[in-house]
Design a protein around this ligand. Structure first.
Ligand code: ADP
Ligand code: MG
Length: 452
């Protein structure tokens, strides 16, 4: 059971997390619906924390499926080190768990040391963004401020942004750098308001963010329709840029396509530079796979990497997922690193993917992108962003399904077929005129048929 479970967790978590959070554990046995696991004291806090966050669920689900009973993991802290644990006798394992300890909040920059320029493979889809990132990392606050990296999910925005931070941290060890997701920023801000002035939390918040040398904010589309946090960020932004401090942001869409983003923020963002990241071409994908095999010390022939790179038509995250499935087959099922094995995992991936394209799916994906509800899209409301979403969804339904105009009308809140055909023509014309519209519709169509 433990071995099967390891394979499953390895596939789900990937080698890095697996090595950090699962590999150090030793199974002791099952007792009273608890799966006892020895965890070396030196890593215990981190490992248990990570299990609470994401691994326990997978564990319980899998073990319950296998055994038919609900069994939960339970940790026993062990004073011995990891290597002793691996070889040593099992009797020395149990020391009682100490009372809950608090890990002090660390003031570090929040950067992942793996996200470096060195590990970022350059290709036609990202070379511009990469070049500007390098310039920003070498001359922060000087050349391109703010720098906004724009691109779809899993294309390397976070990686590139953190590479800027990591490079700057390495060359200027005293620099104050902070990486925060837009959601972190919002949470820090609201927490500081909740704690209020008594504790000086608001002042502390401002001090933390406004005294930085470099602020990296990830996924700012999260602030759509949240005026308070936008207001606060506007102030932070001004304070930092006035002092020539660098701001880097990422977004999965252009600022103009973020609903209810304040105009003054948009115009501030335009003072800097924006670059986009597009899907990787085959060569880039193969390069990324080659890096991964080296990092994981595997020996996979080039034609196998080539086949995987050609066949995975998605983002880099999907590509990494495919690599890990392949790696798991080799490591745990003793399959050879061949084309045949690659074909097996590619088939499995395809079987899991490809959703059926229905008008409901199109409406959901489009509503999600425009941050509207499907109900609003079907309603008679004429507010401009709802109309925009509705028209795009109608256009995609017309091009991606066999539905007739009256059928589409019915699916969009009983509209008559002439308004459907009007919406279709309108988008068709805009696609002709406006490349951004074209790109947006294309990437929505891909998302609808890829099911990522
Ligand atoms: P995003 O933030 O755009 O959703 P991420 O930066 O999280 O995407 O990238 C997803 C994964 O793909 C990460 O593991 C990242 O390291 C990897 N990745 C993306 N682009 C590249 C690249 N050009 N070279 C190497 N790895 C990449
Ligand atoms: Mg990201």
């Amino acid at each position: 059971l433990w071995d099967k479970l390891n394979l499953k967790l390895y596939q789900d978590l990937g080698p890095l997390s697996f090595d950090a959070f699962v590999a150090p554990l030793k199974p002791i046995g099952i007792e009273d619906k608890r799966f006892l696991l020895a965890v070396p004291e030196e890593f215990a806090d981190k490992i248990i924390d990570q299990w609470n966050q994401e691994i326990s669920m997978k564990f319980v689900e899998f073990v319950s499926n296998e055994t038919g009973t609900f069994i939960r993991p339970e940790f026993q802290r062990s004073a011995v080190t990891q290597t002793q644990l691996a070889d040593g006798p099992q009797t020395s394992l149990t020391t009682p768990a100490p009372s809950e300890e608090h890990i002090p909040f660390s003031q570090d920059a929040g950067l992942n040391p793996d996200f470096t320029f060195e590990k970022f493979v350059i290709g036609s889809g990202n070379e511009n963004a990469r070049a500007i990132a390098q310039a920003v990392a070498e001359g922060p606050g000087k050349v391109y401020n703010p720098y906004l990296i724009y691109g779809g999910v899993g294309l390397g925005k976070t990686h590139l942004m953190q590479a800027i931070g990591n490079h700057y941290a390495k060359t200027n060890p005293n620099a104050r750098i902070k990486y925060a997701t837009a959601e972190d920023f919002l949470n820090d801000f609201t927490n500081s308001l909740r704690k209020g002035n008594e504790t000086n939390a608001t002042a502390l918040f401002k001090k933390t963010y406004r005294s930085l040398d470099m602020l990296l904010v990830d996924d700012i589309q999260f602030w759509a329709g949240k005026p308070q946090v936008q207001e606060e960020f506007f102030n932070t932004f001004n304070a930092l840029t006035k002092a020539n401090k660098q701001i880097v942001m990422t977004s999965d869409r252009y600022p103009n396509d973020i609903p209810d983003l304040q105009d003054r923020l948009k115009s501030r963002f335009e003072q800097g530079i924006t670059s986009d990241i597009q899907k990787p071409d085959v060569q880039t994908k193969v390069g990324i796979l080659r890096n991964m095999q080296e990092k994981n010390e595997l020996d996979i022939p080039n034609d196998v990497l080539q086949l995987i790179g050609e066949s995975i038509d998605g983002n880099v995250r999907t590509l990494e997922g495919a690599f890990h499935s392949f790696e798991a087959k080799i490591r745990f099922q003793n399959k050879p690193a061949t084309i045949e094995t690659a074909k097996i995992i590619l088939e499995e991936i395809n079987a899991n993917k490809k959703p059926v394209i229905t008008v409901e799916r199109i409406q959901e994906v489009v509503a999600d992108y425009f941050m509207q509800t499907v109900d609003d899209m079907k309603s008679s409301r004429r507010q401009s962003d709802i109309v925009g979403a509705r028209h795009v969804a109608i256009y995609l339904t017309r091009t991606m399904t066999d539905m007739s105009l009256p059928q589409i009308g019915k699916a969009f809140g009983n509209r008559d077929h002439s308004s459907i055909s009007h919406a279709f023509t309108k988008i068709e014309e805009q696609i002709e005129k406006d490349t951004r519209m074209k790109e947006m519709v294309q990437s929505l169509a891909e998302e609808i048929s890829d099911g990522q």
